[in-house]
Design a protein. Structure first.
Ligand SMILES: C[S@@+](CC[C@H](N)C(=O)[O-])C[C@H]1O[C@@H](n2cnc3c(N)ncnc32)[C@H](O)[C@@H]1O
Ligand code: SF4
Length: 450
């Protein structure tokens, strides 16, 4: 039996979640505008794109939240922001003489579920003016169930939502008090039923382990309540406690947080419970019903990792809209300016908001490919690199060195195939970090890997 406590104390556990490589803290000021203009130049009528739209507002602030969002009790700032978002889409349209095809759209936040139906309709119509939605395109929205009412449901229907991603986190009262997120099971159940009635068939639920005052029994109860709602997918994230970045997390007492041992046990137990309930485990923290597209794609090594986690999206171009959104091209990343007021000022003066960014070097591209495949498939065939680079051995040696020095046999190498052992899978972020050239000497502090 693997002594996981020894593994946790042997390796630095504060490593990125690798929703991108290089990770966002390594983006540089000023580069974003150049990456964005490359994106505009390289858009074609044939190649479909994906779009991420950020809504940086919530009508309450949960203390655990790590997202880019702002608390507002009034709708006026949201309505104003929507005007700028629509103007940003129009500005994009003015630069194009064709309508790019859309494969996937994700509306994230914050809480897009606080939008009024008229704003969902305005947004859809602005997008329709500039893009063409492919038949079968996926339109997903993040939902805080406590926002949902008839008007929001109608808005989502008009927007064409195909997948709803519902935040649950934990159903226990005491845990909800510790994170300032009251949300009853009954309300959540009603919202899931209403979404299904509206024709939104695909449901994802987010739950968290590692929350304050969470116990094994409370977490197991949350998981079983989630399973009773029969979501198509579940994401089971480890709570990232980063109060040095997110000041409101200081409202959570350190004494209430489970230690690394409990976090590990909780993560393993909840994962076993979901697999026991018939879900397929996908990557490090997702689960899907066996007939879900994510589970089917995972079986043949066709899932990808992006800023939302695991996805079937194969588009090389991601257009980011709204403050703090991150977009991607084949050659780099760009991030729109984070502060909502700066975003609005730029759009007001007819300037695009791309600020930070990064151009990928050849080395970045290869490491990004290795890290993505390890995070998705738990293995990587270094033989495939020989056609991509003359330095294939350099990357293979990193893997070989890790195996030679790792006292726990977390991974193995058979010919050119590097593979994480089943005992080693909970440490995948740590293993992926061996291929991260930016980590050594990095000043940014990451959350716990397990
Ligand atoms: C952008 S959030 C918002 C969704 C929606 N506003 C809600 O609260 O249900 C998407 C998911 O990120 C996850 N999340 C937010 N803060 C986190 C943190 N500090 N650590 C880990 N996951 C976090 C939560 O599971 C949440 O459901
Ligand atoms: S978890 Fe969701 S509702 Fe809560 S503050 Fe974050 S984005 Fe807003």
């Amino acid at each position: 039996m693997l002594d996981y406590k020894a593994v946790l104390s042997h390796y630095p556990t504060a490593v990125p979640r690798y929703t991108s490589y290089p990770t966002a803290p390594h983006f540089s000021q000023g580069v974003g505008a150049k990456v964005f203009s490359d994106l505009l130049e390289n858009l074609t009528a044939d190649e479909p794109v994906s779009i991420y739209i950020h809504i940086p507002y919530c009508d309450k602030l949960c203390w655990f939240c790590g997202c880019n969002t702002k608390h507002t009790l009034k709708y006026a700032p949201v309505a104003r922001y929507m005007n700028y978002l629509i103007k940003e889409i129009e500005m994009l349209g003015n630069k194009l003489d064709f309508k790019p095809k859309i494969q996937q759209i994700h509306l994230g936040g914050g809480s897009p579920s606080l939008l009024k139906s008229e704003d969902f309709t305005r947004l859809r119509s602005a997008l329709d003016d500039v893009f063409q939605f492919l038949a079968g395109s996926e339109i997903s929205v993040e939902i805080d169930p406590s926002d949902v009412n008839e008007d929001v449901l109608v808005g989502m229907k008009h927007f064409g939502v195909t997948r709803a991603s519902i935040g649950v986190q934990d159903f226990h009262d005491d845990v909800q008090k510790a994170i300032n997120r009251p949300q009853s099971f009954e309300l959540t159940k009603d919202v899931v039923a209403s979404l299904r009635q509206m024709g939104i068939k695909s449901i994802n639920i987010d739950a968290l382990y590692g929350l304050p005052r969470q116990s094994y029994a409370r977490l197991m109860d949350t998981i079983s309540k989630c399973v009773s709602l029969s979501p198509d997918r579940m994401a089971l994230f480890g709570y990232a406690h980063v109060p040095w970045v997110k000041k409101h997390q200081n409202m959570i007492s350190q004494d209430d947080l489970p230690d690394s041992h409990a976090r590990f046990e909780h993560s393993m137990a909840s994962s076993r419970a979901l697999i026991g309930a018939g879900y397929k485990s996908i990557g490090i923290d997702h689960f899907a019903k066996p007939n879900d597209t994510l589970a089917i794609a995972a079986e043949t090594g066709r899932i990808h990792r992006n800023f939302q986690g695991y996805t079937t999206d194969e588009c090389k171009m991601l257009i980011a809209l709204g403050g703090s959104s991150i977009g991607r091209t084949k050659d780099g990343f760009y991030q729109n300016v984070v502060a909502t007021s700066s975003y609005e000022d730029l759009i007001q003066s007819n300037e695009f908001a791309a600020a930070k960014g990064l151009f990928l070097t050849e080395d970045d591209k290869i490491r990004s490919h290795i890290i993505e495949r390890i995070m998705c498939d738990f293995k990587f065939d270094f033989g495939t690199l020989k056609d991509m680079t003359a330095s294939a051995d350099l990357y293979r040696n990193i893997a070989a060195e890790f195996i030679a020095e790792d006292p726990f046999n977390l991974a193995s190498m058979d010919n050119d195939v590097f593979e994480i052992q089943s005992d080693g899978k909970p440490f995948t972020r740590i293993i992926a970090s061996q291929f991260d050239a930016y980590l050594k000497g990095a000043e940014f502090k990451y959350s716990k890997a397990v």
